[in-house]
Design a protein around this ligand. Structure first.
Ligand SMILES: *[C@@H]1O[C@H](CO)[C@@H](O)[C@H](O)[C@H]1NC(C)=O
Ligand SMILES: *[C@@H]1O[C@H](CO)[C@@H](O)[C@H](O)[C@H]1NC(C)=O
Length: 291
């Protein structure tokens, strides 16, 4: 029960996110503590539709103050209470008093050096909870904030311009591994892209944690609980029956969260109905090109 409630929340969240126009992955790196706090949002007139274009030239004259508090509570000037969430380390969304505000965290990039200015946002969007009456917004956090700098690796230009080719040796090596849980295969349709395009399609640079958080030490109570668990479990193979929907092609926008949460929801329906219902939910994300 708990698990399906969490899954459902994830799906609903992705629908909320999907309502805003989403640019694919940005290199900004803003964490919870950078975003939590007092914000002023500057807004244009809420008279647009979802095709609204928001940039630095858009007049945003109305000021709204939102307090983003722990763990996910947002309070506006009038005391209305809502919820907020980070979108990965790239932006955040707050919903309060019938309106949703979504913006990407600000960053600058100079070659390989990315500076995240987490106390401000790029021009973003707000709309009412019926996804109408769109406005452009821009956020500015109150109080001191330190810019954060990190480096990204840029691909070698000559290599990046080459056509991508499937690595058949790697595919064979993966499939030769006894512990492989899946069968790798070549996708000829990818060979129309350059290496740089494939890199972008795969989500860009992987983030690296300088220090991985360590697992909590195992207690005797944990050991007891573990005894009742099977050594392995796979919803894709429960005595030969799969409850997992087929893999889908998300094409080239940063919509992994929408696809992943819809697939999780589809899987939950299959599990709850013993596969008698196999709906295909629509991951809705609108894409703009990456900045
Ligand atoms: C992103 O920020 C977190 C927390 O401030 C930091 O631990 C991490 O190393 C940063 N990631 C990158 C790629 O710099
Ligand atoms: C679930 O479906 C399988 C395959 O159709 C069937 O054999 C099994 O009896 C069903 N289980 C229940 C609890 O209905």
């Amino acid at each position: 029960m708990l698990r399906s409630a969490v899954m459902l929340r994830t799906a609903v969240l992705s629908l909320l996110v999907a309502a805003a126009a989403v640019r694919a992955d940005t290199p900004a790196n803003c964490s919870y503590s950078d975003i939590q706090g007092e914000w002023l949002f500057y807004s244009s007139e809420p008279t647009g539709d979802s095709s609204i274009q928001c940039d630095d030239a858009t007049p945003m004259d109305t000021v709204i103050s939102l307090s983003l508090q722990a763990p996910n509570t947002v309070v506006d000037t009038f005391g209305n209470v809502g919820t907020w969430t980070l979108i990965y380390n790239q932006g955040f969304e707050a919903t309060v008093n019938g309106r949703t505000y979504f913006a990407f965290s600000y960053y600058t990039q100079d070659g390989e050096e990315v500076t995240s200015l987490c106390d401000r946002t790029f021009p973003g969007w707000s709309h009412d909870v019926t996804v109408r009456n769109w406005a452009c917004i821009r956020g500015q956090k109150q109080g001191p904030s330190m810019p954060k700098t990190h480096r990204v690796r840029l691909a070698d230009a000559a290599k990046a311009a080459k056509k991508y080719v499937n690595n058949h040796a790697l595919i064979a090596a993966i499939n030769a591994r006894k512990e492989s849980k899946f069968t790798a295969k070549a996708y000829p349709q990818h060979e129309k892209y350059t290496v740089a395009e494939m890199y972008r399609r795969s989500g860009g640079a992987r983030s690296h944690l300088p220090q991985r958080p360590k697992a909590a030490p195992m207690t005797e109570e944990h050991q007891e609980i573990i005894k009742s668990l099977p050594a392995s479990f796979d919803w894709g193979d429960v005595n030969g029956v799969s409850f997992v929907p087929p893999v889908r092609d998300q094409a080239n926008c940063g919509s992994c969260y929408a696809f992943a949460s819809m697939a999780a929801l589809e899987s939950q329906v299959r599990i709850l109905t013993n596969n008698t219902q196999q709906p295909v939910f629509s991951p809705q994300v609108s894409c703009l090109t990456s900045p």
